[in-house]
Write a protein that binds this ligand. Structure first.
Ligand SMILES: Nc1ccn([C@@H]2O[C@H](COP(=O)(O)O)[C@@H](O)[C@H]2O)c(=O)n1
Ligand code: CDI
Length: 174
């Protein structure tokens, strides 16, 4: 079957920590606070993937009181979830990702972030869309206290994916 997952995450800014978004280090005076590397974008993506395959949430998979996840790169967590998606026999169809942050400006990192996620999920770049928006100075993101991210993903059962691939090869569909 075809399924979708949706997720939200937020993290507070902190000094003297690097800022990672989508597995890419971003030039910034402030990083994000968290038990892991606090990659808010990957956390939203991970939760959306887990939602799509009916596998609960990030905190259940990678508890924030376990020392093994202290400062861990969220790319490692994404890889675990990618494997779970595969084990459950789903293929990731597309991901649409949004960061809400007053700064830094993220548009210049768009390609790097898309490439990083595509490489790590082992899917086509054109299956991923990344965008950023400010909150027009309103709320906690607007005041520059932190960042938020939203993710929506769609997945397709592998056997259906194969079926569509065959139809494409035969020229029956595009
Ligand atoms: N952290 C951000 C926020 C926004 N952008 C880019 O600016 C455009 C306009 O944002 P508004 O919040 O004023 O609508 C947005 O579409 C992004 O292209 C950004 O790069 N980084
Ligand atoms: C991945 C984890 C692991 O501690 O990361 P955190 O940095 O604590 O981030 P959060 O999004 O608050 O919760 C998810 C956690 O499971």
């Amino acid at each position: 079957m075809f399924k979708v997952g949706f997720a939200y995450d937020s993290h507070r800014f902190t000094k003297s920590r690097p800022l990672f978004l989508g597995g890419v280090e971003i030039e910034s005076d402030l990083g994000l606070k968290g038990h892991s590397d606090a990659d808010v974008l990957l956390h939203a993506l991970i939760d959306a993937l887990l939602g799509a395959i009916g596998s609960g949430d990030i905190g259940t998979h990678f508890p924030d009181d376990e020392p093994q996840y202290k400062d861990i790169s969220s790319l490692k967590l994404l890889d675990e979830v990618r494997k779970e998606v595969k084990e459950k026999k789903y293929i990731i169809n597309n991901c649409d990702l949004v960061i809400v942050a007053e700064k830094p400006k993220l548009k210049p990192y768009r390609n790097q972030i898309v490439n990083s996620i595509a490489d790590n999920l082992k899917i086509e770049k054109n299956s991923i869309n990344f965008k950023a928006t400010t909150n027009e100075k309103m709320g906690f993101t607007g005041r520059g206290e932190g960042m938020a991210a939203y993710a929506v993903v769609s997945v397709l059962e592998s056997r259906l994916w194969q079926f569509f691939e065959t139809l494409k090869m035969e020229g029956s569909i595009r």
